[in-house]
Design a protein around this ligand. Structure first.
Ligand code: SAM
Length: 445
């Protein structure tokens, strides 16, 4: 009976049985689909996000001082529990033994699938099920790690979730309301996030920063400060992972990392940004694509060049970025043949399943190790938008420009971003000269 009604799936190195999707069940496949509550949600497009959760937890558990008792984890909007099940299946057993993982979901059928999968694939590590609304169920508190992966905006959950974290905790937050975060739905941008966002090529970066500013301000209201560990924009969703620490002093200093992005800044605005330590490129007298300004800088709210308030500090931790290396990732997140056989995958599929997992893991962490070597204050420079700030016949190749800047002593890299872009903190004069050199060497040379 079971075989006829369920399908066996592999994600990373974790098997799952799930109900066969109906023809109208968009949530089972790719894309955001409708917002209705189905028997159990599963979106394979979030595989990369879950792979990064496994690697982040691996890094935190191997590099931090852990609490004396168990490390309490809440998969707050768990659906089929695939994220929790990936932690349990893919982390080394010495780590898994220190975890106490709970999965919360409003829909009882979702939790039935968490249970079924646990009994079938990892009965030795049962997950604790929490039926009900996360906003009330989270309050028992003391969580060392909470994952918040909602349909749409996470804002309704942030306040109770942050209050329920332990003194020193990790919070991962996704958002799929990209139209609001990138400013193309102006009402929701202001209503949900208290911000306005210019809909230009930097809008995705601004969206991540608006989300981080909201996480930081909510944390500050509860005497906590945040440090971003990882911020990723991927197809239809954004995700930020932050460390949250109880600290009145840190919370009071929240304003240090909140401010504005101004496109086409004047030389006075560039000078203010440089003076505030927010613009590593210098050269206030030369026109540049954008700069950040501190929160207290007087802003004309009708000025269409402005986005914010948004997070103006680093978006990730170099230590976390460099921990995401392929050797560890493949060891944890790519299955072996014996495991595939024991889970019931047909032998003729083993090679392609292993290859697909490997490719997906590579895609999930591509470029992070390069980004780890770049100054965290680096700007995102979109190569198609360097002209007219730098007179160019065509956009330079991001790879060539990043390489030329690095060779000149300013570590730079291609950015993980939808538009071709680099991350650099090099002086503007050098960027100007090398961009011209690289672009005159030939189209996309
Ligand atoms: C986007 S899905 C989560 C996906 C999941 N984290 C994963 O990696 O596959 C959102 C889930 O939140 C659940 N949900 C929605 N509102 C909720 C609430 N207020 N409290 C608890 N669960 C809720 C839905 O039933 C759904 O399963």
């Amino acid at each position: 009976m079971e075989e006829a009604e369920t399908t066996l799936l592999l994600e990373g190195a974790t098997p799952s049985i799930l109900p066969l999707p109906s023809e109208t069940d968009e949530h089972f496949g790719r894309g955001p689909g409708s917002k209705g509550l189905r028997e159990v949600f599963h979106n394979s497009a979030m595989e990369g996000s879950r792979t990064r959760s496994v690697l982040l937890m691996h890094h935190i558990l191997s590099s931090s001082t852990l609490p004396e008792g168990k490390f309490r984890v809440l998969d707050g909007l768990g659906a089929s529990g695939i994220r929790s099940r990936r932690w349990v299946t893919e982390l080394p057993s010495i780590m898994v033994n220190s975890l106490d993982i709970h999965v919360c979901d409003l829909v009882p059928e979702s939790l039935n699938w968490v249970e079924k999968n646990g009994e079938k694939f990892h009965p030795e590590h049962p997950l604790t099920l929490i039926p009900g609304d996360l906003r009330s169920r989270v309050l028992e508190g003391g969580w060392h790690w909470i994952d918040l992966d909602p349909y749409g905006s996470p804002m309704q959950f942030l306040d109770p979730v942050i209050q329920a974290l332990s003194r020193d905790a990790i919070l991962e937050v996704s958002a799929t309301d990209t139209a609001a975060l990138t400013g193309s739905s102006k009402g929701p941008t202001m209503r949900r996030y208290g911000a306005f966002v210019r809909t230009d090529d930097w809008a995705h970066d601004s969206g991540l920063r608006v989300l981080l500013a909201n996480v930081a301000r909510t944390a500050a209201r509860h005497d906590r400060s945040i440090e971003p560990l990882l911020s990723v924009w991927e197809s239809h969703h954004l995700r930020v992972s932050v460390s949250v620490k109880r600290s009145k002093q840190g919370a009071s200093a929240v304003e240090k990392n909140i401010g504005w992005r101004v496109a086409n800044p004047t030389s006075e605005e560039l000078a203010s940004s440089i003076e505030a330590g927010l613009h590593a490129h210098g050269s206030p007298e030369r026109s540049q694509p954008f700069c950040f300004l501190p929160f207290r800088h007087s802003i004309n709210h009708k000025d269409r060049r402005v986005s914010g308030p948004l997070w103006i500090g680093p978006l990730a931790s170099s230590e976390v970025l460099s921990s995401f290396n392929m050797e560890i990732a493949e060891k944890l997140c790519v299955p072996d043949i014996d495991s595939l056989a024991s889970w019931g995958f047909p032998s003729e599929e083993h090679d392609s399943l292993i290859e697909n997992s490997r490719r997906s893991v590579q895609k999930a962490i591509r470029r992070f190790s390069e980004e780890a070597h770049v100054d965290p204050r680096s700007s995102l420079l979109i190569v198609d938008r360097l002209h007219p700030y730098i007179p160019l016949l065509g956009p330079p190749s991001p790879g060539k420009l990043a390489e030329a800047l690095t060779n000149s002593g300013h570590p730079s890299c291609i950015a993980s971003y939808p538009n071709p872009a680099i991350l650099t903190s090099a002086p503007w004069e050098l960027i100007h000269n090398l961009a011209q050199e690289v672009s005159t060497a030939g189209p996309n040379s």
